[in-house]
Design a protein around this ligand. Structure first.
Ligand code: NAD
Length: 294
């Protein structure tokens, strides 16, 4: 099957596009946070690591199987917010030992884990389902779905060991699905199905964590220009049709990684202490329906 190619490595790392936000927003003071899929320069993971670091996290683990930019991301975060421990981990989000090792490291160093943002994902094959290879189908489920399962499998027990002095802040597991997992009308089949499974997983896990104060929620981004989608944006720019990408969105634009990261921050913070088992579309209203164009 065909995959969207990763963008070529940039020579200098561009700043994250930020939309003005209220500086008195959610805080994650003292929290230990793991973010997967954090290598991509334009990605949701990197933008989220910035949000957690900027808003008081004690430590942020930035994890990715591609570690080509992670050291640079660490330098950047250290320079902007000194005092936050940044740990770089090259790992496969769907490899059980690797996921366990990063959780164990957080417990060993800090005695706590507060937030696991299972954000790593791949788009997988884009072809019509009749042309999708079984191996490519399974790879989408391995990274997108098994990756979330493993994150929660090891994060939840670690979060339960985290000091229970303030039960409302015991732990937050966040997974990135997609609007394609909510409504699969246009997404590639393995991608959409693997993301729908993430939503189901998160809801069943939230339920099974009854009696703990651990919350599990899902982010469902709409069309965001990141490493995953940049080929689409670049092709549209080359054709001069980039304006069309946001046209069917009620906000008439696509989104920025930072706009997903700020919701991840909220879900990781105690501000969302009563939000549990939810799949949140953060898509400018795209999933509600197309705007009426007379
Ligand atoms: P991205 O490609 O820029 O970032 C994804 C990151 O995940 C990359 O750094 C990649 O190296 C990493 N990754 C992939 N497989 C991995 C693995 N097995 N182990 C560890 N890391 C791995 O794309 P993004 O848009 O920032 O993607 C983040 C999440 O958002 C993904 O789960 C994606 O499916 C989801 N999402 C994105 C959009 C969008 O429009 N960009 C929309 C809906 C959902």
């Amino acid at each position: 099957g065909s995959h969207l190619a990763a963008p070529s490595a940039a020579t200098s790392i561009p700043p994250i596009t930020k939309i003005a936000s209220n500086s008195n927003g959610p805080r994650v003071v003292g929290k230990v946070v793991i973010v997967t899929g954090a290598n991509s320069i334009l990605g949701i993971g990197r933008a989220s690591a910035h949000q957690f670091a900027q808003n008081g996290a004690r430590a942020v683990y930035i994890c990715d199987y591609d570690d080509s930019n992670l050291a640079e991301h660490k330098r950047e975060i250290n320079a902007a917010w000194p005092g936050v421990d940044v740990h770089v981990r090259k790992f496969d989000a769907a490899a059980e030992e690797a996921v366990k090792a990063v959780v164990d490291d957080a417990l060993a160093r800090y005695g706590r884990l507060d937030v696991f943002f299972a954000n790593a994902g791949i788009i997988g094959p884009l072809s019509k389902f009749t042309d999708v290879d079984a191996d490519d189908f399974m790879e989408a489920f391995r990274v997108n779905t098994l990756g979330v399962f493993l994150a929660a499998k090891y994060a939840a027990p670690a979060m339960q060991k985290t000091s229970p002095e303030k039960p409302e802040s015991s732990g937050s597991i966040i997974a990135t699905a997609s609007v394609a997992g909510l409504r699969s009308n246009a997404g590639p089949t393995p991608y959409s199905a693997s993301k729908a499974a993430v939503i189901s997983l998160a809801q069943t896990m939230a339920y099974q964590l009854v009696g703990t104060a651990i919350r599990v929620n899902v982010l469902c981004p709409g069309m965001i220009e990141t490493g995953m989608t940049s080929p689409v944006f670049e092709a549209a720019r080359a054709r001069g049709t980039q304006g069309k990408i946001g046209q069917l969105n009620p906000l008439r634009r696509s989104g920025h990684a930072d706009e997903i990261a700020r919701v991840a921050l909220f879900l990781g913070s105690d501000e969302s202490s009563y939000v549990n088992g939810q799949a949140w579309a953060v898509d400018g209203g795209l999933s509600v329906g197309h705007p009426f164009v007379p």
